[in-house]
Ligand binder design. Structure first.
Ligand code: TYD
Ligand code: MG
Length: 458
């Protein structure tokens, strides 16, 4: 059979019969690449449904109640923060994709996790397509990892990896990274959409067929999407992102898709000389360098999944020297901050049209929740008036366009975290307060932004 060329967009997977400079589907430029498709072997590619009477086929409908879920028992990876993000441990037979910028620490995390997993659960095969076995060994030595059941394989051809898995029967397989492995049958280059998708599919079959947990490392492009393997996000069971600022030492592992647990769960690590250390109390870490009694600094309690996290929001308001005032936002949502500044101007009478405003979430953290609205607005008002808040108060609430303070979720959890770190007062939406409830600190309800400003920095 004559090999057929298809032209495929490397960003979205769109397939065309001819080359385009711009993908007609997703609109990206220069992403269409020619790929030679392997001829389809045999006409039996489409599986026919077996006769319902044949119990051996495994494709007959079964009562949900009769399905055994025994295979889903979780194994602890030995890295508690990773277990938390996975939803309570590693599920045998699951396929997990870990994405992140180059150099953020994906290989370090997985090497530490596989050593711990090898001690807890049995043999683990770590396939490195980017580093030689000696490089991995050097790193393991530096991290002080010792695990007799951890096997290293420097290989990029998927057929060979499959053969080694069949031969050594590991409990878990790590592929670092999916962009370096390739199938010899396909003519396109490693890392292209068709290679990544085919390899992903084969590894999925391997995971499900043998009941081993498979972790794939995926690199992220500068736009923030998993390069090429966006197609993989649909296929895999769990997608985790490992993120953080390169200059800051802490790293956050975040679930964006999880078939075995909740998303929005985060794990916090610190990158040290001795590898990644789990941070059991991230709130304390983010508040460590908080200035006390400084104007423009407000503490809020964010909720990441089920985990409350105290963050310091900072604002700096200074007179603008040029025509259009500047708005610079780091770690929070730019449009929300602009909206809040307009509300401050209109509803609280704070003239900001000739002021530069800089908003920052301290420590390089990120906070996109509406529950941070009130803290951002109060921080701006505090900086504008040079009036610091009391040091032991947390501020929570969403702010609407009329300046009303709206209810937020998870109030109790947030207040408990704040109380645990020594805060004694909270300013919260009145509608979130439950009559008769006992809160771990003094919670004052407010209904408008103006009221909150009067109370805190008036
Ligand atoms: P790595 O795991 O290789 O990143 P990725 O696989 O995501 O590309 O992490 C490399 C970075 O981590 C590198 O910049 C050095 C840093 N690092 C430490 O600071 N301490 C350590 O113990 C290790 C192993 C790495
Ligand atoms: Mg790496």
């Amino acid at each position: 059979m004559r090999p057929v060329s298809v032209y495929r967009c490397q960003a979205c997977g769109f397939q065309a019969g001819k080359w385009y400079g711009r993908c007609p589907d997703c609109g990206e430029f220069n992403t269409i690449v020619e790929e030679r498709t392997a001829p389809v072997r045999g006409a039996g590619a489409v599986r026919r449904i077996a006769p319902a009477a044949d119990p051996a086929s495994g494709t007959i409908p079964v009562r949900l109640a009769a399905v055994s879920a025994a295979g889903a028992a979780r194994v602890h990876s030995g890295v508690a923060e990773l277990d938390r993000v996975l939803g309570g441990g590693v599920v045998p037979g699951s396929l997990v994709l870990i994405g992140g910028d180059p150099g953020i620490g994906k290989s370090t995390l997985l090497l530490q996790a596989s050593a711990a997993l090898a001690r807890e659960a049995g043999p683990v095969l770590y396939v490195s397509g980017e580093e030689s076995s000696a490089q991995v060994k050097l790193r393991a030595d530096r991290l002080g990892l010792a695990a007799p059941e951890l096997f290293i394989l420097a290989e990029t051809q998927l057929e060979a990896i499959e053969a080694h898995v069949t031969a050594s029967q590991p409990r878990a397989l790590i592929v670092d990274s999916i962009q370096t492995v390739y199938l010899g049958d396909l003519e396109s280059a490693p890392g292209s959409v068709s290679q990544v998708r085919e390899c992903g599919g084969r590894l999925m079959a391997l995971a499900k067929g043998r009941g081993i947990a498979v972790f794939l490392v995926g690199h992220v492009t500068k736009e923030g999407a998993l390069a090429g393997p966006r197609v993989l996000e649909h296929l895999v069971d769990t997608v985790l992102y490992f993120e953080g600022e390169r200059h800051a030492t802490y790293r956050v592992l975040r679930a964006v898709k999880n078939r075995f647990g909740s998303t929005n769960e985060i794990g916090v690590f610190e990158m040290t000389d001795g590898g990644l250390k789990e941070v059991a109390n991230p709130s304390a870490m983010f508040l460590a360098e908080r200035p006390r009694g400084a104007a423009g600094s407000v503490i809020m309690a964010a909720l990441e999944g089920t985990r409350p996290l105290l963050l310091e929001l900072q604002a700096l308001v200074t007179p603008a020297h040029f025509g259009t005032p500047r708005r610079t936002v780091l770690g929070a949502d730019y449009n929300r901050v602009c909206l809040l500044l307009a509300i401050l101007e209109k509803r609280a009478g704070i003239p900001l049209q000739n002021q530069d405003v800089f908003v920052n979430v301290a420590g390089g953290a990120r906070c996109q929740e509406p529950a941070a609205d009130l803290a951002i607005a109060v921080a701006s008002a505090s900086s504008y008036g040079e009036r610091p808040l009391a040091p032991d108060v947390v501020v929570l609430g969403e702010v609407g366009l009329t300046g009303e303070v709206r209810a937020i979720g998870g109030l109790e959890t947030r207040l408990r975290e704040a109380a645990a770190l020594g805060f004694t007062q909270a300013v919260v939406p009145r509608s979130s307060l439950v009559a008769g409830a006992r809160y771990p600190l003094t919670a004052t309800g407010v209904t408008t932004l103006e009221e909150a400003i009067g109370l805190l920095v008036g």
